[in-house]
Write a protein that binds this ligand. Structure first.
Ligand code: NAP
Length: 469
């Protein structure tokens, strides 16, 4: 079937989203097919999704994956279409009419709430918003976080919670060299935070953070992680979980937590308290957050499936700032199927299914919007390979798109004078961000506003034109 398509022109695939899962899907397609064109749509003028907007600025190593994505972007047949959002600039039906197949790699952009009274008080925020604010997500640039507060609680014990905690406690001179946004750096420079509480509803054996990230909490100058040794006494099911060779992270986390618990308190240090078996019950305050009420929990269930239930005993943390970091949540896209319970696009090995469970021909999905927000960047590679394998198996049944010329999307957007950002344009934005950062001794000073990004593109295009004349 590949030959048939080759004879009739290349296969044309649209990938929606330019984060890791989108790039890995493009790579798998280029590796498998000799004659394929991939248009990668991205709603922002800049690529890389969570690598740009989610990975913490002090974790530069994690961003090195961008070099691989640049290689993929240079493969013949690849085209970046930045500033083009599915639903906003092109409808699903219209997109499907221009490509043999569409791969959704949009990630998950919502956050889960706690569902407790007081959650809308001033001073209560989604961790995802804080992450977007320090990383330059355009929608988050005008948010304000009151860092004059001395005590902060973070509910949830995953890696996002740790990122938020570490950013609040990192030495400023270290952050100042990264690509953290200027507004976040300024606010952190005036921070009065002295106490951070990381609150988990389950025990230390169920914490979702990874050992490397947990260990870093013990390496923050002037800060000390504090753990109650009683919280590290494990029941039988927890001991079984900790001994499971399939999940070596648990034993490593426990070892690190024991070191934290054993360390003598250092006078004058600020504190990161790790609380286990405490569930948030209510956020309290007059007009703004003043305290978080907690209820003690115990675990029930067999190893690997333990859940937290209430027991007698409550507590209260006097905090002026609260971040809920209890996971991201996929958001439904108009005109496309959505599993409301799991907050993902329903699928079978990456084939999108409609509400009756039938495959939606030509539609595929990969990454967090396929499986939910789990795993690390590399997890998306295998996920995208699986989706592309489903595509390859289905290819003989694909119907050629009514508009099969490679400029179909471009023509439609040009007709509305919509500006599409090409990969070279992005490289010009990136160059300018690096230059702006260089003047301040930083890796980069990111644009945080789409208008400024597009202005940088116009500027660079103008300069390229002048050079040609
Ligand atoms: P996560 O790993 O799923 O952690 C969510 C945390 O929230 C869990 O501790 C969970 O506890 C808790 N939680 C959920 N609902 C709750 C509720 N109603 N009340 C109290 N606690 C609740 O999510 P995440 O931290 O957002 O991370 C998302 C993904 O990104 C993960 O795969 C993570 O590893 C990845 N990530 C990686 C890095 C890195 O590699 N450095 C950095 C950031 C993120 P239960 O277990 O009891 O549900």
């Amino acid at each position: 079937m590949t030959d048939t398509h080759t004879a009739a022109g290349p296969l044309r695939i649209a990938i929606v989203g330019s984060g890791p899962s989108g790039f890995y899907a493009a790579e798998a397609l280029f590796d498998a097919l000799p004659n394929v064109e991939v248009d990668m749509l991205e709603r922002y003028p800049v690529p890389y999704g969570l690598v740009r907007l989610g990975v913490a600025p002090d974790h530069a190593k994690l961003k090195s994956v961008i070099a691989q994505f640049e290689q993929i972007a240079r493969r013949p047949g690849f085209r970046f279409c930045g500033n083009v959002a599915l639903g906003r600039d092109v409808s699903p039906a219209s997109l499907a009419s221009m490509y043999h197949a569409v791969v959704l790699a949009t990630g998950v952009n919502g956050d889960r709430t706690l569902g407790i009274p007081g959650e809308t008080l001033r001073g209560v925020h989604a961790a995802a918003d804080f992450v977007g604010w320090y990383n330059g997500r355009p929608e988050c640039r005008a948010l304000e976080f009151d860092l004059r507060q001395e005590s902060v609680a973070i509910v949830g014990q995953g890696n996002v919670a740790i990122d938020v905690c570490r950013l609040l406690a990192s030495p400023l001179d270290k952050l100042a060299r990264t690509d953290i946004t200027a507004h976040a750096l300024d606010a952190l420079a005036n921070s009065r935070v002295r106490e951070i509480h990381l609150v988990g509803r389950r025990g230390p054996a169920q914490a979702k953070f990874t050992p490397k990230e947990l260990r870093e909490l013990g390496q923050l100058p002037g800060w000390q992680p504090v753990v109650d040794p009683a919280d590290l006494e494990l029941g039988e099911a927890c001991r079984a979980e900790a001994a499971d060779p399939a999940n070596p992270f648990i034993a490593k986390n426990l070892q690190i937590l024991r070191c934290f618990a054993d360390a003598p308190r250092r006078k004058g240090d600020r504190s990161i308290y790790l609380h286990f078996l405490r569930a948030p019950v209510a956020a309290k305050g007059e007009g703004r957050l003043q305290a978080l009420e907690l209820r003690r929990q115990r675990l029930v269930g067999v190893a690997g499936q333990q859940r937290a239930v209430d027991v007698d005993g409550s507590g209260r943390l006097d905090v002026g700032l609260l971040f809920r970091s209890v996971g991201y949540r996929g958001i439904a896209m108009e005109g496309l199927p959505f599993d409301v319970a799991r907050c993902v696009v329903p699928n079978e090995q990456g084939r999108v299914k409609d509400c009756e469970g039938r495959h939606l021909p030509g539609w595929y999905v990969t990454g967090w919007i396929k499986r939910g927000p789990s795993g690390v960047i590399g997890t998306n590679r295998q996920d995208s390979v699986e989706t592309v394998q489903s595509m390859l198996a289905d290819m003989p049944g694909w119907i050629a798109p009514p508009r099969r010329d490679s400029d179909a999307l471009r023509d439609q957007l040009d007709a509305r004078a919509h500006r599409v950002v090409a990969f070279d344009d992005w490289l010009a934005i990136e160059r300018e961000e690096r230059e702006n950062g260089h003047h301040r001794g930083k890796v980069a000073e990111k644009f945080v506003d789409e208008t400024a990004m597009l202005a940088a593109v116009e500027n660079a295009r103008g300069m390229r034109q002048e050079e040609r004349v």
